[in-house]
Write a protein that binds this ligand. Sequence first.
Ligand code: DX5
Ligand code: ZN
Length: 219
Amino acid sequence: MIAPSILAADFARLADEAAAVSGADWLHVDVMDAHFVPNLTIGLPVVQSLRKATELPLDCHLMIDDPDRWAIGYAEAGAVNVSIHAEAAADPKRIARDVRAAGALAGLAVDRDTPLEPYLDLLPEFDTLLVMTIKAGFGGQEFIPELLDKVRLARQHLNSGHLRLYVEVDGGIDDHTILAAAEAGADVFVAGTAVYGVDDPGTAVEALRGRAREAMDRT
Ligand code: DX5
Ligand code: ZN
């Protein structure tokens, strides 16, 4: 699945920017609080408004402190997936249970410097694992290929445990890096700059999907 990140879109025209990628699978919404990450973006009211302005499923990536308090609101607002950061959550299991009970998929995100191993046992509680391929906080950063080791580890772990989870990559995904990410075992690809930084975001989504399929067919 391709999930364009509206972090790279024009925030004054979000409904139009969503319409420009109507062929995408999910619309990725980066919520940042200037605490968990230095940057500040958008929150629940914008997600509630967006929900009414587009048919695209909203994939909310919460880069915030205290997701224990806030995550459920995004699920109740109609997000398809709510990802919380492992580094920020006090009780990730409980959050996952609440988010699922509110009708959304539950996602666990791991930032650049966070190893995956301590969280493998938690994965059965979740539907999505979001592996950052940059340091969370800003768009337009360069992809870090070494972080795909976490995607490989996740894929191995899921296969051996017969677990079904989306493995999402986020950060620096473009026509080239998506090949390596797909080969490593990712199946949801977030792209901000590579979609909204070009003239035709809709065509960029199709191109990314084609590249991901190419890589998946090879593996
Ligand atoms: C950054 C966000 C990403 C960001 C990716 O912390 O989580 O979703 O939008 O942007 P690009 O694709 O430009 O790296
Ligand atoms: Zn994100």
